[in-house]
Design a protein around this ligand. Structure first.
Ligand code: CIR
Length: 424
């Protein structure tokens, strides 16, 4: 976890894209074509056998006689429709109608020719020919009509259904992290005095932080290292995840803007993620974004401006989230002052918040370092070892509390939340 990776190269600005749908693979398309044709063929087989059974006074002897014939016709119809559907016959109804009709007639003719060849005394005479052709409007009529109707009405739906079928999979729990830079002493400071940082200890603390995530079932995904971007370890500020949507931020501190390119590359490497960006003149730090269920609280801080909040609101409008602006004048970020428990209760330091009344359920914590918790699951929390009273308080509320020492990052105004981004 501590190996240096080459610095990032710039990426072109990406337009806002709609929710990502993975393109259907060739295998999936082939399966969809075969299944949709098979559905049509089976429906026609059943309809034709039933119609013949009813038309012959519901005599059970009819079944063995006609089943073989219609099974053969259905097989040929399936083969012909598979070719037609693979070529796009189901895209428009009249194409489906024409190909359905042609395939059904051809399949019926072939099957009837085979049946006649096996049963008639002179299978290749004019009488046999008339019998075969005439079957299109007699014996095979229901079969042909059933193929046409099913090909027009059902095949496109089945095809689309198979193509877009996505079985529920156990979601992977991914967390983006970024190895500390080698110039931590040059990190931005806003509300605290500069104190020397022990670089080796910081590296060790970061390793332990990542190990704590892994131990709790999170898979860490490392963003390419940026050894000379002092604040790059605080990866939370550069991207915010909303289900499958990754919003690449535009950090409020100029020195932090070069951090985002490698972060964008990392999120683009994840499957099923679409990417949007906060654009100039908007600024937004991920540390100002607190998600509580469907509500997204966004701190209007020295790092996040009104335009940044407006853009985020616009990006999230088509999704299930509501953006609530929170005035922030006493702390670096909203999440430097408040975070949320898995049950949605916001915990924080009232002295650092302009207004606690914005949160429907708010609970003050006894230590400033205790305001930040990372919800590892519905029942467990990660928090700073510097807030033992808060840890005890939250354990008393039934949470399993995992603590990590992040003293070197706290010297840089960082907290447990800002060292990772959970992809959720
Ligand atoms: C900064 O001022 O940007 C960093 N020194 C600290 C960022 C901490 N990020 C966060 O709490 N989300």
């Amino acid at each position: 976890m501590t190996s240096p990776v080459p610095p990032s190269s710039p990426l072109p600005a990406a337009p806002v894209r709609a929710r990502f749908t993975p393109p259907a693979t060739r295998g999936r398309r082939t399966a969809a074509v075969l299944v949709s044709s098979a559905v049509v063929a089976v429906i026609a087989l059943v309809a034709a056998v039933l119609a013949t059974f009813i038309g012959n006074g519901q005599s059970p002897q009819v079944f063995p006689q006609v089943f073989g014939h219609f099974a053969l016709a259905a097989f040929f119809a399936w083969a012909l429709l598979s070719i037609a559907n693979a070529l796009g016959a189901t895209r428009v109804w009249f194409l489906a109608l024409i190909t359905g009709l042609a395939s059904a007639c051809l399949a019926a003719l072939i099957a009837t020719t085979v049946t006649v060849a096996m049963t008639a005394r002179s299978p290749f005479g004019p009488q046999a020919f008339l019998l075969v052709v005439g079957s299109l409007v007699s014996l095979n009529l229901v079969f042909i009509l059933a193929v046409v109707i099913a090909e027009v009405l059902l095949a496109p739906r089945v095809l689309h259904g198979v193509m877009s079928y996505a079985p529920e999979r156990e979601p992977r729990r991914l967390a983006l992290v970024r190895i500390p830079a080698s110039n931590l002493d040059e990190a931005e400071l806003t509300h605290v005095e500069r104190r020397p940082v022990d670089q080796a200890l910081a590296d060790e603390q970061w390793d332990n932080y990542c190990a704590a995530l892994v131990a709790e079932g999170w898979e860490t995904v490392e963003v390419d290292a940026a050894p000379d971007l002092a604040d790059s370890v605080f990866v939370e500020d550069t991207v915010v995840m909303f289900d499958d949507l990754a919003v690449i931020t535009r950090p409020g501190a100029e020195s932090r803007r070069p951090e985002i390119d490698a972060v964008e590359r990392a999120v683009r490497s994840l499957s099923r993620v679409s990417v949007a960006r906060i654009e100039e003149p908007g600024t937004l730090d991920g540390g100002d974004v607190l998600k509580v269920g469907d509500v997204v609280y966004v701190g209007a801080s020295s790092r996040t401006n009104a335009e940044g909040i407006r853009q985020l609101r616009e990006l999230l409008a088509p999704h299930r989230y509501t953006v609530v602006g929170v005035p922030m004048s006493k702390a670096l970020h909203l999440k430097s002052a408040a975070t949320a428990l898995p049950d949605g209760t916001v915990i924080g330091d009232p002295a650092l918040l302009d207004a606690t009344s914005l949160f429907p359920r708010f609970m003050p914590v006894p230590e400033p370092e205790g305001v930040a918790v990372v919800a590892l699951s519905a029942t467990s929390l990660l928090m700073s070892a510097a807030a033992p009273q808060t840890a005890a308080m939250l354990a008393g509320l039934g949470y399993r509390v995992v603590t990590v020492d992040i003293s070197e990052f706290e010297k840089l105004e960082g907290c447990v939340t800002c060292l990772s981004v959970r992809v959720r």
